[in-house]
Write a protein that binds this ligand. Sequence first.
Ligand code: FES
Length: 154
Amino acid sequence: MPQIPEKIHELTVGQLSARSGAAVSALHFYESKGLITSRRTSGNQRRYSRDALRRVAFVRAAQRVGIPLATIRDALAELPEERTPTREDWARLSQAWRKELDARITQLGRLRDHLTDCIGCGCLSLETCVLSNPDDVFGERLTGSRLLAEKKTS
Ligand code: FES
Protein backbone atom coordinates (compact mmCIF):
# COMPACT_ATOMS: atom_id res chain seq x y z
CA MET A 1 0.00 0.00 0.00
CA PRO A 2 1.56 3.32 -1.01
CA GLN A 3 2.49 5.72 1.77
CA ILE A 4 1.43 9.35 1.62
CA PRO A 5 4.08 11.72 3.02
CA GLU A 6 2.94 13.56 6.17
CA LYS A 7 3.53 16.94 4.57
CA ILE A 8 0.78 16.23 2.03
CA HIS A 9 -2.50 17.43 3.54
CA GLU A 10 -4.76 16.83 0.59
CA LEU A 11 -5.11 13.77 -1.58
CA THR A 12 -6.20 13.30 -5.15
CA VAL A 13 -8.88 10.72 -5.76
CA GLY A 14 -6.18 8.41 -7.14
CA GLN A 15 -4.07 8.75 -4.00
CA LEU A 16 -7.08 8.18 -1.78
CA SER A 17 -8.01 5.13 -3.83
CA ALA A 18 -4.50 3.69 -3.75
CA ARG A 19 -4.06 4.29 -0.02
CA SER A 20 -7.53 3.17 1.08
CA GLY A 21 -7.95 0.25 -1.29
CA ALA A 22 -11.32 1.58 -2.42
CA ALA A 23 -11.97 1.92 -6.14
CA VAL A 24 -12.24 5.44 -7.51
CA SER A 25 -15.85 4.69 -8.47
CA ALA A 26 -16.53 3.65 -4.87
CA LEU A 27 -15.06 6.92 -3.61
CA HIS A 28 -17.26 8.88 -5.97
CA PHE A 29 -20.21 6.84 -4.76
CA TYR A 30 -19.32 7.49 -1.10
CA GLU A 31 -19.11 11.18 -1.89
CA SER A 32 -22.47 11.16 -3.66
CA LYS A 33 -23.93 9.60 -0.50
CA GLY A 34 -22.35 12.22 1.76
CA LEU A 35 -19.95 9.81 3.47
CA ILE A 36 -16.87 11.77 2.41
CA THR A 37 -16.41 15.27 1.05
CA SER A 38 -13.91 16.97 -1.18
CA ARG A 39 -13.13 20.42 -2.40
CA ARG A 40 -12.64 21.25 -6.06
CA THR A 41 -9.49 22.82 -7.42
CA SER A 42 -9.61 25.60 -9.98
CA GLY A 43 -9.24 22.85 -12.57
CA ASN A 44 -12.35 21.14 -11.09
CA GLN A 45 -10.37 18.25 -9.64
CA ARG A 46 -11.32 16.68 -6.34
CA ARG A 47 -9.07 17.07 -3.33
CA TYR A 48 -9.68 15.15 -0.11
CA SER A 49 -8.31 16.03 3.29
CA ARG A 50 -6.16 13.35 4.92
CA ASP A 51 -8.90 12.41 7.35
CA ALA A 52 -10.87 11.06 4.40
CA LEU A 53 -8.59 8.02 4.71
CA ARG A 54 -10.00 7.23 8.14
CA ARG A 55 -13.55 7.91 7.02
CA VAL A 56 -13.14 5.56 4.08
CA ALA A 57 -11.61 2.91 6.35
CA PHE A 58 -14.57 3.36 8.70
CA VAL A 59 -17.09 3.02 5.89
CA ARG A 60 -15.39 -0.04 4.42
CA ALA A 61 -15.07 -1.76 7.79
CA ALA A 62 -18.75 -1.16 8.52
CA GLN A 63 -19.75 -2.36 5.05
CA ARG A 64 -17.65 -5.50 5.48
CA VAL A 65 -19.80 -6.54 8.42
CA GLY A 66 -23.00 -5.76 6.55
CA ILE A 67 -23.98 -2.37 7.93
CA PRO A 68 -26.09 -0.54 5.33
CA LEU A 69 -24.70 2.69 3.92
CA ALA A 70 -27.67 4.67 5.24
CA THR A 71 -26.87 3.48 8.78
CA ILE A 72 -23.21 4.35 8.32
CA ARG A 73 -24.14 7.80 7.05
CA ASP A 74 -26.44 8.35 10.03
CA ALA A 75 -23.64 7.32 12.39
CA LEU A 76 -21.17 9.68 10.77
CA ALA A 77 -23.73 12.49 10.84
CA GLU A 78 -24.11 12.05 14.62
CA LEU A 79 -20.48 12.92 15.20
CA PRO A 80 -19.96 16.54 16.22
CA GLU A 81 -19.54 18.65 13.10
CA GLU A 82 -19.37 15.34 11.21
CA ARG A 83 -15.77 14.95 12.27
CA THR A 84 -13.75 11.91 11.38
CA PRO A 85 -14.45 8.93 13.66
CA THR A 86 -11.87 8.20 16.31
CA ARG A 87 -11.02 4.81 17.80
CA GLU A 88 -13.51 5.56 20.60
CA ASP A 89 -16.22 6.46 18.10
CA TRP A 90 -15.68 3.20 16.26
CA ALA A 91 -15.84 1.23 19.52
CA ARG A 92 -19.09 2.94 20.53
CA LEU A 93 -20.71 2.56 17.12
CA SER A 94 -19.66 -1.04 16.64
CA GLN A 95 -21.07 -1.82 20.09
CA ALA A 96 -24.35 -0.19 19.10
CA TRP A 97 -24.45 -2.28 15.92
CA ARG A 98 -23.80 -5.52 17.79
CA LYS A 99 -27.50 -6.32 18.28
CA GLU A 100 -28.17 -5.80 14.57
CA LEU A 101 -25.21 -8.00 13.67
CA ASP A 102 -26.31 -10.71 16.09
CA ALA A 103 -29.76 -10.74 14.45
CA ARG A 104 -28.18 -11.08 11.01
CA ILE A 105 -25.93 -13.90 12.17
CA THR A 106 -28.96 -15.71 13.59
CA GLN A 107 -30.86 -15.20 10.33
CA LEU A 108 -27.92 -16.41 8.24
CA GLY A 109 -27.55 -19.48 10.47
CA ARG A 110 -31.22 -20.28 9.93
CA LEU A 111 -30.85 -19.85 6.19
CA ARG A 112 -27.78 -22.10 6.18
CA ASP A 113 -29.53 -24.78 8.20
CA HIS A 114 -32.66 -24.81 6.01
CA LEU A 115 -31.10 -24.26 2.61
CA THR A 116 -30.91 -28.00 2.01
CA ASP A 117 -34.71 -28.17 2.25
CA CYS A 118 -35.04 -25.46 -0.39
CA ILE A 119 -32.65 -26.99 -2.89
CA GLY A 120 -34.82 -28.60 -5.52
CA CYS A 121 -38.02 -27.41 -3.86
CA GLY A 122 -38.62 -24.07 -5.55
CA CYS A 123 -41.87 -23.26 -3.73
CA LEU A 124 -40.64 -20.00 -2.17
CA SER A 125 -43.66 -20.24 0.08
CA LEU A 126 -44.29 -17.13 2.14
CA GLU A 127 -45.51 -19.36 4.94
CA THR A 128 -42.79 -21.96 5.17
CA CYS A 129 -39.73 -21.03 3.16
CA VAL A 130 -36.83 -19.38 4.99
CA LEU A 131 -35.50 -17.98 1.72
CA SER A 132 -38.64 -16.08 0.81
CA ASN A 133 -39.68 -15.21 4.36
CA PRO A 134 -36.65 -15.46 6.64
CA ASP A 135 -38.31 -13.90 9.69
CA ASP A 136 -41.41 -16.09 9.65
CA VAL A 137 -41.62 -18.20 12.78
CA PHE A 138 -43.04 -21.07 10.75
CA GLY A 139 -39.90 -20.99 8.66
CA GLU A 140 -37.95 -21.69 11.81
CA ARG A 141 -40.10 -24.59 12.98
CA LEU A 142 -41.14 -26.32 9.77
CA THR A 143 -39.59 -27.16 6.43
CA GLY A 144 -40.96 -28.13 3.04
CA SER A 145 -43.49 -26.59 0.76
CA ARG A 146 -46.59 -27.20 2.90
CA LEU A 147 -47.65 -25.77 6.20
CA LEU A 148 -49.62 -28.25 8.27
CA ALA A 149 -51.85 -26.92 10.99
CA GLU A 150 -50.34 -27.43 14.39
CA LYS A 151 -52.42 -29.27 16.95
CA LYS A 152 -53.01 -27.43 20.17
CA THR A 153 -51.99 -29.51 23.14
CA SER A 154 -53.49 -28.04 26.20
S1 FES B 1 -38.00 -23.21 -1.68
FE1 FES B 1 -37.64 -22.98 0.43
S2 FES B 1 -39.02 -24.43 1.34
FE2 FES B 1 -39.46 -24.54 -0.78
